[in-house]
Design a protein around this ligand. Structure first.
Ligand code: SF4
Length: 458
């Protein structure tokens, strides 16, 4: 598909990007297997080309793999460690693993009880994070001895590879082993720092819809800060809302291209950060998405389920965006997901959580979301609501009334994400049960898909 923003991109940049001609189709090489002492190494393995929701370890895209007696590791095409799984009998579960984000965080994929987990999250796993978030589960996999041991085994593996490196003949294997050695634990910390430098800091929260691509998004910051600075929010920045200029956006995208390099072919998704890209306006969205599509070579991605664009909006940005903004987004070569933080339709709850908008505005924004979802096939707006036992009694009834009363039948487009408010305090077991019970009630009554939202950063 022709990217409709190309003309504007060329105008803005004063040149044709000329990048498509240099597309590196890294995945056209064949798979190679090697043995190095007790290590099995497979280069350029090819996994599925579409994201799928499955209940077993499945590695999407192209990757290389090292299996030692203690640990199985998969690497991106630049040699960055991406997945790790212990191999000993103590490892918690054969369907569980660790994933490392481009931002340098470990995420433990916990399988738990499949049916309950899928019901709650719409996925077959729960991402357990190595930093404070709003997870409703108490246990911490990062304290598990087998998980700690697998992470130590990764360091030992790097040591072993460094010793072997001089004896490996020149060729693809040596090149791969060298890149893994360069990206040992300390090297990966440097890589994460480099990644954040290229976009001007950490992404404090990813949209819940990014779960559809396993959070494999390339972030491009189009605006800092947010409109409301709500009291309850743990991910906000202190900055007032300020869109980035187009030069800055262009520099970020080119920096990301250099950062991802060969790994670009494993990505087909862009996140327009931070908290309210919709408020940054149609022109910025069009430029960032269009220039990103071309420069980050999305058309040449190994992943074949189409390009995805994720962004956050707010009640005000959704209501003030004119129809031509959505027409512009519709013409982009993406399936676009816009996640809007509405939080509550109950005035007392909005006041209690310090969200400075009215319940009437929340209702209007919800109605607008339904209209956009109906009128634009390739745009999906989802909504966030807070969730927790400590909220005023009117919150749940208002949520059910809004999400049931405004629709005449069940729609499967436009998910509701219910975000547990934990304030960093782990839940007691009975509190978890109450949250799950309340969630099930909303899920049963709402006429849209409903899921719990666990905040992830990048
Ligand atoms: S919930 Fe959204 S609008 Fe409110 S402070 Fe957090 S980021 Fe800003």
């Amino acid at each position: 598909m022709m990217c409709p923003a190309n003309n504007m991109i060329r105008e803005r940049c004063g040149r044709g990007s000329g990048l498509a001609a240099s597309t590196r189709r890294c995945y056209t090489k064949g798979m190679e297997s090697h043995r190095l002492g007790d290590l099995e190494i497979v280069l350029d393995k090819r996994g599925p080309r579409e994201y799928a929701k499955v209940s077993y370890p499945l590695r999407f895209g192209c990757f290389s793999e090292i299996i030692s007696p203690d640990v199985a590791c998969q690497f991106g095409l630049n040699g960055d460690l991406k997945f790790l799984q212990g191999r000993g009998p103590e490892w918690p579960h054969p369907a569980e693993w660790l994933k490392r984000s481009a931002g340098g965080d470990w995420v433990y994929y916990s399988a738990g009880e499949y049916r309950e987990i899928f019901d709650l999250f719409g996925e077959y796993y729960v991402p357990r994070l190595s930093y404070p978030s709003n997870c409703i589960f108490r246990s911490d996999p990062f304290k598990n001895a087998a998980v700690k041991s697998a992470l130590r085994a990764w360091d030992s593996l790097c040591g072993q590879l460094k010793q072997s490196l001089p004896g490996i003949p020149s060729g693809q294997l040596k090149e791969f082993v060298r890149s893994v050695c360069d990206r040992d634990s300390a090297g990966l910390v440097r890589r994460a720092g480099d990644f954040h430098d290229r976009i001007g800091g950490r992404v404090s929260v990813l949209p819940p819809d990014a779960r559809h691509v396993d959070y494999d998004v390339m972030p491009v910051v189009v605006a800092d800060g947010c409109l409301y600075h709500c009291a309850f929010c743990t991910v906000k920045s202190a900055r007032t809302f300020e869109p980035r200029n187009l030069d800055d956006i262009r520099t970020q995208i080119e920096g990301l291209r250099a950062f991802y390099e060969r790994e670009l072919c494993n990505y087909n998704s862009i996140f327009l950060a931070h908290h309210d890209a919709l408020a940054a306006g149609g022109e910025r969205i069009e430029f960032a998405a269009g220039y990103g599509y071309e420069t980050l070579e999305m058309k040449a991605s190994y992943m074949k389920d189409g390009a995805h664009l994720f962004l956050f909006g707010s009640a005000d940005s959704l209501l003030s965006a004119r129809e031509d903004v959505f027409r512009t987004i519709r013409e982009l070569p993406f399936q676009t997901y816009i996640n809007v933080g509405l939080e509550s339709a109950d005035p007392e709850t909005l006041s209690a959580i310090g969200k400075p908008i009215t319940a009437r505005k929340v209702e209007e924004a919800f109605e607008r979301m339904l209209v956009i979802n109906r009128d634009y096939p390739n745009i999906e707006i989802s909504a966030n609501f807070v969730f927790g036992e400590q909220l005023p009694a009117g919150h749940l009834p208002s949520l059910v009334s809004l999400t049931r009363g405004k629709l005449d039948r069940y729609w499967d487009k436009g998910a509701l994400y219910l975000s547990p408010l934990l304030n960093g305090v782990p839940l007691e077991i009975h509190e978890k049960r109450e949250i799950v019970r309340d969630f099930q009630e909303v899920k049963r009554k709402a006429r849209l898909p409903a899921f719990l939202y666990l905040i992830q950063r990048l």
